[in-house]
Design a protein around this ligand. Structure first.
Ligand code: MSP
Length: 520
């Protein structure tokens, strides 16, 4: 029997955008969730990718004298390399120009069209190329102009296909009311409910005339049109399962035969930013309902980052380049800061001073110091050989494990780090309290020193296991310094008593070297 994978996705980034802190943050939190679920014992499928169609890509490619496909191929390399720089444990990387994606979008369009979900109508209105969206009178500022975020706004009259969204409004309200976990956190769920209760849902324009925009997926039943970017992009979550031969996806929706089919759909978590909530919580569920497919189990909405209290902006130079931070401070310092600083939900503020303070106090002086002094003392006083077991810190470790397990189940990543650092602090206090360096001077205290050294080494081992989803590199280094083989990638290994008497540890080395200079 094929078992259902825990299927987690991120938003697919616009291929022509600059990879920045916001993109990297979203991918890191999704990666931590994916690894946490693996650590809990689930089989996980983690998907990310890029969104490649649309007018902006077409225009820029043209301006650079390139074919849009060639232009996208170049940009996709940058995004893939960001994913590897972040050490994302992804199982697939989707590009919306992949043939496997295009055929699923077309299969869905054909089926929905045949079943009467679309109609053709004339539209007259204002269009923002920058945001690829039609605007209404309501979008105007008091002075009659449109907000700068929309860029140049032009008047358009054109014929398009529309998807009958409006008729599903009450069904969607009922669904969200009955399924409180569907949109998280709660205030985002309330925001969607408020929107749906107070506005008449308009039908969704799902095409663009190909004479205006040809960089898109052709509409299979009318080649004068290409698919509107959001109808194309949202389907990525579905086209990968279809390509993986998922039995939950019928052939009429584009499922392919696969040698080793995977059971993925419905997605367990779509991780997205707050700006694209409406697309995911309104359009996507209605598209799926019309397709006769199950809805994703959760849409998990994160907030937006600023830097030093200001909006991230390339023009003003207020940016955080994740690659530069990682090159200077290491990947785990970056992963730690973003997850520890900001819970999934509210907006966050990156400050260089805050980043450095957390590096120094929590990573270097907290975790790094605990591991380094624990292992160095074991090396110095017992030649690196683990003494017989003792239970001084057993209860503290067991309590931490229980809280972390619960946090993982609720995707409470920041809370899990707070819990783990509770154990780090208890470990450091234990060193101060038991003063092994004093015990070592008194031969009559040899047994007590054995006990203390065991507690410290075992606590370091458990920390490696608890930290694996967040800081996989650091966690592997702690394991290696403990002379343990294999990966600390299963939470079941965090039970007290794993280190055996007589085991010889490896070489201790600083995990987080001291840094005195500011980020550049
Ligand atoms: N291509 C669409 C998503 C399609 S999903 C079917 C898109 N792309 S994007 O590149 O503009 O944004 C990708 C993700 O990055 C979104 O979830 C967005 O919220 C997130 N972020 C972009 N800027 C951000 C911050 N400043 N902070 C945190 N996340 C932000 O939208």
């Amino acid at each position: 029997m094929m078992s259902k994978c825990f299927y987690i996705t991120t938003a697919i980034d616009y291929v022509n955008g600059e990879p920045h802190l916001g993109h990297a943050y979203e991918k890191v939190i999704a990666d931590v969730i994916a690894r946490a679920r693996r650590s809990l014992g689930s089989e996980v499928f983690f998907l990310t990718g890029v969104d490649e169609h649309g007018q902006k890509v077409q225009q820029t490619a043209l301006a650079q004298g390139k074919e849009p496909q060639a232009y996208c191929d170049e940009l996709a390399v940058t995004w893939r390399s960001l994913a590897s720089k972040l050490e994302l444990s992804i199982n697939d990387f989707i590009r919306t120009t992949d043939p496997r994606h295009k055929r699923v979008v077309q299969a869905i369009l054909s089926k929905l069209n045949a079943e009467g979900h679309f109609y053709k109508a004339n539209y007259e209105g204002f269009y923002s190329t920058k945001e690829e969206t039609f605007l209404t009178e309501k979008d105007r500022l008091p002075d009659g102009t449109f907000p700068a975020v929309y860029g140049e706004v032009t008047k358009l009259v054109e014929e398009n296909y529309y998807f009958k969204l409006g008729m599903h409004q009450q069904w969607l309200i009922d669904y969200i009311e009955k399924n409180p976990g569907f949109i998280q956190p709660d205030y985002r769920r309330n925001e969607v409910l408020g929107f749906l209760r107070n506005n008449q849902l308009e039908d969704l324009c799902i095409t663009r005339p190909s004479n205006r925009l040809n960089w898109g997926i052709p509409v299979p039943f009318d080649t004068n049109f290409v698919t509107y970017v959001w109808f194309d992009a949202l389907v990525n979550y579905f086209s990968v399962p279809a390509a993986q031969g998922d039995p939950a996806i019928p052939p009429a929706l584009g499922a392919q035969a696969a040698e080793h089919p995977l059971s993925l759909w419905p997605a367990d978590v779509h991780v997205i930013g707050k700006d694209i909530l409406k697309f995911h919580a309104v359009y996507w569920p209605i598209m799926l309902k019309a397709m006769g497919a199950a809805l994703p189990r959760q849409i998990l909405v994160h907030g937006w980052w600023q830097k030093e209290g200001e909006k991230l902006s390339k023009t003003t130079g207020n940016v955080v380049d994740p690659i530069a931070v990682i090159n200077e401070w290491g990947l785990d310092a970056f992963r730690f800061y973003v997850v520890r600083e900001l819970a999934i939900g509210p907006d966050g503020n990156w400050t260089d001073a805050g980043f450095q303070a957390r590096y120094q106090s929590e990573l270097a002086n907290g975790l790094g110091n605990l591991v380094n002094r624990s292992l160095s003392m074991l090396k110095r006083y017992r030649d690196g050989v683990v003494p017989a077991g003792n239970d001084d810190l057993r209860e503290a470790a067991a309590k931490t494990l229980e809280s972390v397990k619960a946090d993982f189940g609720d995707n409470q990543l920041q809370a899990a780090l707070v819990d783990i650092w509770g154990l780090v602090t208890q470990g450091n206090q234990y060193v101060d309290r038991t003063a092994p360096f004093k015990l070592a001077k008194d031969p009559a205290q040899a047994k007590r020193l054995d006990e203390v050294l065991y507690n410290l080494a075992e606590t370091c081992r458990i920390l490696a296991v608890l930290l694996w989803p967040f800081l996989p590199g650091t966690s592997a280094r702690i394991y290696a310094q403990l002379g343990l083989s294999g990966e600390p990638d299963k939470l079941s290994a965090a039970a007290w008593g794993g280190l055996q008497a007589g085991h010889r540890i490896g070489e201790p080395a600083a995990l987080f070297p001291r840094k005195d200079k500011p980020t550049g």
